[in-house]
Design a protein around this ligand. Structure first.
Ligand code: 5GP
Length: 188
């Protein structure tokens, strides 16, 4: 069985992280995406159990009471997100390494709980303007929600130095190669 290592990727919403994570998982078969629980509604095409476990808020609160989360948080107003302990254990049990795509606070909480076996990677967007246009192009959030995401992104960018590795997602090919490199190095 693989050692209980954890890889965390954090990046502001709209930084292109989801594409990067998909490419990383496709090229590194030892990794498995850790599906978070959340209380926001699915976007078109998102699937329960694949993108997130989508729960109504009362069910999410029950899971909190049952101590089911390694970390959880209200990431956006009224919207909880959390990492299920059962998800990490399932992946380790399958002999793989969980890849968590979570925010700064979640990343720091997991790192504090598993300090020696967790790699934290921060993905920087090339600029806030690029971030804004990616969020606007995606078209899945209202103008207010986009502003909330940008405010959070600015806050998160100031936390990049708390991470072990920082990768700039300017050129997708270059960023994928860099990410693969640091992850493979950590898993050696
Ligand atoms: P989105 O709604 O765009 O899918 O995700 C919004 C934010 O929630 C992202 O910054 C993402 O990293 C964060 N997030 C997703 N899952 C989790 C989780 O399990 N825990 C925490 N703390 N943040 C999460």
């Amino acid at each position: 069985m693989a050692l209980n290592k954890i890889i965390i990727i954090t990046a502001p919403s709209g930084s292109g992280k989801t594409t990067l994570v998909k490419r990383l998982v496709a090229r590194c078969p030892q990794l498995e995406f850790s599906v978070s629980a959340c209380t926001r509604h699915p976007r078109p095409g998102e699937v329960h159990g694949k993108d997130y476990y989508f729960y109504p808020i009362d069910e999410f609160q029950k899971l909190i009471e049952q101590n089911a989360f390694v970390e959880y948080e209200m990431v956006y107003t009224g919207k909880y997100y959390g990492t299920l302990r059962s998800e990490l254990e399932r992946i380790w049990h399958d002999g793989k390494y969980p890849l968590l795509e979570i925010d700064v606070k979640g990343a720091m909480d997991v790192k504090a709980k598993y300090p020696d076996n967790t790699l934290t990677v921060f993905i920087r967007p090339p600029s806030i303007d690029v971030l804004r246009s990616r969020l606007t192009l995606r078209g899945s959030e209202t103008a207010d929600a986009i502003e909330e995401r940008i405010e959070k992104a600015i806050f998160e960018l100031n936390s990049a130095d708390k991470f072990q590795q920082v990768i700039i997602n300017d050129d997708l090919e270059v960023a994928t190669a860099e990410l693969l490199n640091v992850v493979e190095d950590f898993l050696k």
